[in-house]
Ligand binder design. Structure first.
Ligand code: AMP
Ligand code: GLY
Length: 437
C-alpha cells in the first residue's frame, strides 16, 4: 500500500513509525514531516493546510490511504476533498470535524444527545453576553466560576477560566470585541466551571463500532506540579490508574456511544479518532471538549503500546468494517513520553539550534525519540519549534518506563533545552486515592 501521513509533529512521527512496521506498506510519505519522519519514510514539502496541494500529490502518486494527523486540515475539508477524487482518508469529514472546530456545534450536539457536560449559554455578540453576566452577577468581585470559550479553532487558547465577574467581562471583551483569537471569537460559549481531575479517553470509530483505546493522561501545564502557563502538552503516559474499567464503561455508555449515535442521526457520521477531554466531577465524568484526532503527545505512548498492525485498524475504520476485525492488542507494559521544549516555550522561542545525542538516546533500552519541532539542514538536526522532541519509553513498570525515558532525555543536548521532570508522577497519587476509597 501507498500511504501518506499529513502533519509535522510528534504525533505524526509516531504514526509514521508505527505504520512503517506494517508488512503491507510499500511507500510512505509524510507531508510536510520533520527530521524524524524522514527516517521512517519520504518527506514531501506540502503544508498540512494546503488542501489542493495534498490532493494533487495523492492523485499523482496514486496514494491508497491518507492519514490526517492535525485538526486544521480536517476542519478545512481535506477528507472530503480526497473523497471527491476517490482517495481514501482516515479522519472525519469537515462536517463531523465541527465537533472540534466549533464549540457551539459541540455543545449543541452534547445537549441533543443528553451527554453530561457543563451547563452553558451561547452568545453571538459581546453586548448580549455582557448583559447576561451583568444581570446575573451584581458586582465585579462577586464570585463567578465560569469559563468563556471562543467558538472556533484557537490552537488550544481561546478558553478563559474565570473566578470573578470582572474576569468574565474581560474574557468576553478579549474574545468578542478585541478578537484576540481572530474569527474563532465570532460566537462564544459561557459555561459553568467544573472541578476535578482531567483525563482523556480516545476511541477509534467507523461511525457504528467504537473501539476505545487504552487510557492516557496528558500534562498540559508548562512546569512541574502542574504550574505555569498552558501548553500543547508537556508529556503523557498510558495507562493511567485514574481510568478504572468501571469508569471507562461509564464513559463509553454515557458519553461516547450517545455522541457517535447523534452524529450518525444528524447525517454527519463520525469516522476517525474521537478524543474526549473529560473532567471527573463529583457527579461523574463530564465532557470539556471533543477533539477529532489523536492527542499529541498522548498518541506517542499509545502507539508504542499497540501490538497490532495500525494500518489494519485505520483501513477498517475508513472502510466502515471495524466490527469485522480482531480487537487491537495492547502491550500491558506502561509507556511514557517526555516532551523536550525550546527555551521560552510556550511563549516566544528561538529556533535553529543543533540537537546532539539523538542516536545515543535512541540506543537506551526501550526508548524511541519522536521528533516534533525539528528540521534537517546540511545533515544536521536543528530545532524548528516550541515542542521539539517526545522522548518515549516503555517499561515493566511505570517507574521503570519513566527512568528509561529520562535516561534518553539526559543524552540529548541543545542550548536552552528543558522538560518537565515529573511526567507520570500523578499516577502514584491516584493509586493512593483509589486505595483510600
Ligand atoms: P478545552 O479546550 O475546552 O478543553 O479547554 C481547555 C482547558 O480549559 C481544559 O483542559 C480545562 O483545563 C479548562 N476548562 C475547559 N472547560 C472547563 C470547565 N467547564 N470547567 C473548568 N475548566 C475548564
Ligand atoms: N494533548 C492535547 C491535544 O492534543 O489536544
Amino acid at each position: 500500500m501507498r500511504v501518506m501521513v499529513v502533519g509535522n509533529g510528534g504525533r505524526e512521527h509516531a504514526l509514521a513509525w508505527k505504520l512503517k512496521q506494517s508488512p503491507r506498506i510499500k511507500r510512505l510519505w509524510i507531508a510536510p514531516g520533520n527530521a524524524g519522519t524522514a527516517q521512517e519514510g519520504e518527506n514531501v514539502p506540502i503544508g498540512a493546510d494546503d488542501i489542493r496541494g495534498l490532493v494533487a500529490f495523492a492523485k499523482k502518486e496514486s496514494v491508497d490511504l491518507v492519514v490526517v494527523g492535525p485538526e486544521l486540515p480536517l476542519s478545512l475539508g481535506l477528507v472530503d476533498a480526497l473523497g471527491e477524487e476517490r482517495i481514501r482518508a482516515f479522519g472525519p469529514s469537515r462536517a463531523a470535524a465541527q465537533l472540534e472546530s466549533s464549540k457551539v456545534f459541540c455543545k449543541l450536539l452534547l445537549r441533543q444527545a443528553d451527554v453530561p457536560t457543563a451547563e452553558c449559554q451561547i452568545f453571538r455578540d459581546v453586548e448580549s453576553a455582557t448583559r447576561y453576566i451583568k444581570s446575573r452577577y451584581a458586582n465585579d468581585r462577586e464570585r463567578t466560576p465560569l469559563v468563556v470559550k471562543a467558538d472556533g479553532l484557537a490552537s488550544g487558547k481561546g478558553v478563559i477560566v474565570c473566578s470573578y465577574r470582572d474576569e468574565v467581562l474581560d474574557a468576553i471583551d478579549r474574545i468578542g470585541r478585541k478578537q484576540e483569537f481572530g474569527r474563532a471569537g465570532a460566537q462564544m460559549v459561557i459555561e459553568e466551571r467544573l472541578e476535578g481531575p482531567e483525563v482523556s479517553v480516545l476511541a477509534i470509530t467507523d461511525g457504528r463500532t467504537i473501539v476505545p483505546l487504552p487510557s492516557a493522561q496528558d500534562h498540559k501545564a508548562a512546569y512541574d506540579g502542574d504550574t505555569g502557563p498552558n501548553t500543547g502538552g508537556m508529556g503523557a503516559y498510558s495507562p493511567t490508574p485514574i481510568m478504572t474499567d468501571e469508569l471507562l464503561e461509564t464513559v463509553q455508555d454515557k458519553i461516547l456511544v450517545p455522541s457517535i449515535h447523534a452524529m450518525k442521526r444528524n447525517r454527519k457520521p463520525f469516522r476517525g479518532v474521537l478524543y474526549a477531554g473529560l473532567m471527573l466531577t463529583a457527579s461523574g465524568p463530564k465532557v470539556l471538549e471533543y477533539n477529532v484526532r489523536f492527542g499529541d503527545p498522548e498518541c506517542q505512548p499509545l502507539l508504542m503500546r499497540l501490538k497490532s498492525d495500525l494500518l489494519d485498524l485505520l483501513e477498517a475504520t475508513v472502510d466502515g468494517n471495524l466490527d469485522s476485525i480482531d480487537a487491537p492488542e495492547w502491550d500491558p507494559r506502561p509507556a511514557i513520553c517526555v516532551v523536550m521544549a525550546s527555551a521560552g516555550y510556550p511563549g516566544s522561542y528561538e529556533t535553529g539550534s543543533e540537537i546532539t545525542g539523538l542516536d545515543a538516546a535512541d540506543k537506551v533500552t526501550d526508548v524511541k525519540v519522536f521528533h516534533a519541532g525539528t528540521q534537517l539542514k546540511d545533515g544536521k538536526v536543528l530545532t524548528s519549534g516550541g515542542r521539539v522532541l517526545g522522548v518515549t519509553a516503555m517499561g515493566t513498570s511505570l517507574a521503570n518506563a519513566k527512568l528509561q525515558a529520562y535516561k534518553g532525555v539526559q543524552a540529548i543536548r541543545w542550548p536552552g533545552a528543558w522538560c518537565r521532570k515529573d511526567i507520570s508522577d500523578k499516577a502514584a497519587t491516584y493509586i493512593e486515592q483509589l486505595a483510600a476509597e
